[in-house]
Design a protein. Sequence first.
Length: 704
Amino acid sequence: MSLFSLVRRFRFPGSLCLIGWSLLFTAAAARAEFTAPSWEGSWVMIPEQSSTVDVFDTVSLDFKSVSPDRVHLIVHWGAQRSVDEPLDLRLGGAVNSVPVTHKFFGGNVFMGVRRDVGATREIVAHWKGAPFAELLLQDKLPIHAQQGRRVLDGSASLSLNTDGTVLTWLVQRPTRPADDPLVYRFKRAGYRDAYSMKMTDNWDIDGDLPTQAALITLQGVVNRHGPLLYFVYGPEWDYRFTGQIKEFYQQKKQFSFKQLTSLRQALTTFKDQVHSYVVWDKAVRTSLIVSFTVAGLEDAIVVSEELIPLMQELGLKPVADFRGQFTGQSDVQIYQWAYDQYWKRCSKDYICWMGGDGGRRMRPGVADFGMYHRCFFTDLSTDANNPKWAEEYQLADKLLSEMNRMAMCFGWHSYGKDKERDHVKLASSHVVRVDGLHTLPNTSFNTQVPLTPGYTFRNRHNVQPNATVTPQKKVYLAAVQTDSLGIGAWTRPGRGTIPYAWQVTMNWLWMSPSVLEMFYDQATPNDLFIGGLSGPGYMYAKAIPRDALPAAIAKSREQMKTLDLNIHEFMDYSEGASVEGNPDLPQSLIDIYLKEMPEAIGFINGYAPAYTFMRKEGRALVSYDYYLAEGKAEREVVADLLELAAINRDRPYFLLMHVRQWSDISRVKSVLDQLGPAFEVVPLDVFLKMAAAAPTFETYTRPE
């Protein structure tokens, strides 16, 4: 609910004054705990949460002293162009006579109203309840308008939020519509002040990568001191919502951002927090990945040779120089050297696979978070079957075997060395959770922005857990977007126009809690969140040792409860992908999930089509019957879906469709609108309830 909506739900007796102080709706008991120092000091306006201040653009408050019987403050209107209003107010019912020395009409100078200069304004102030709980004011302000002089009466209220960091100002006058008050919100000066910078989409070694890698590692260093540096990535970045998250932080989390425009400016801004650098060799790409390890351990930034003069100019000291050191060496030789040098100092709860793009390109968006947790960085192959990578696989297996159980693997596998399924299978076999991608941005910042106090995740459920939903003789279709809420699909056109399921990356509960809060706040009634994949993060259930499976599921169950999720998704390519492998699940494994997740109303399986279908104990597991590929023409997709419905003749037929992030919801809706009245698009929870009530699918699970 917005601040304005909250304000409109409450009314004060009588009228409120020109400088009316806002009512922040917190419990009186909590307010009473505040003391004078909680009020004293400077408060700056949060523009995104405030009404417009004509001409002056902003207003700030400076409480000089606050006591049970007196409040002394200065209201500063404007910054460059400004007017100050000192108010030294005796409390307890005394009438404070304040000379009117300026004609300006507060935040509304574009209205044809002026104060009566030379007249006297009368203000009566007192604490409501205990001292420092809530400050009430009554005001008589002499003004001039077109039709002459009059006295404007009003009253107001001022209070703090529960942790004393935010103050809200409500202005409501008897002459102003009661449901359109002026609202200004303030934060303590210096509270949640941060910096932002825009990244380009050039990530080539011979392009902008050297500068941007330096900036990301600067982020990893300075964000150890709090959420201070945030990047807005380019339009081609996988996660499209970095700009939207920044706006959310401004609008709901009281962040103020100053824009940085160059590496020099960024280093100068944070000169007191960064003192050293690591030099990587542009001729040996892997040296940059090793440099990330060193940077995390030494609180350093990574630079290529041409940036050394800037480092020297700014007084930074080198802690490692890899120029020429790895020339002619293979990746496994380089990583073995790094293992020998640094592994003992690195975290065993977090490791970072800096894979993804290969060749002369790298997009190390997750490097700041890897540094934050002092990770060992690598992009070793996890392909156990390719002799070319045998030595790399052996070292990768050794690294993961030495991690703690339920450790996290950030980043992503190397597209040039192995496949996603190799990477996740090996990690799962060591009970290590995968959380991609290599392009995951700003996580050292996001992890330090907590949920709004008292915030509770509320999913958009469409059916009660114990309900039975009886289907008709139709084709029922449910659409699901996986890949961390579709990576960037959340912001694409059409969301909210049809029922849609979104797979939540549940580890973001601690990695990026306020980012999840944003998604939940933005969800429409048609947006349903589900949990996955296979565990508390991306894992393959068949690859997890059976003795470790209950603990992994218990963590998933805990996360699902917090996130208000009751559908769990499997994806398991540990025995190969859909076409050449076996993505299906054995009944014995499914039974463990049924037992350990009693609140789950149903399960889904696959990525491309899979073939596990099962109903047991009133719950259904349904696999994807269709994968909506990026490049396929809509008419072909329509034909495919119609043919599936013709092949599966019994009704109801339950058609589960996986949508990749390249297809926005508008495209999906366009396809579904062409299917005709025999098809009905339904929410996934309704879909699974109907599948459990009338299972026309043939039961199939993977042979044991």
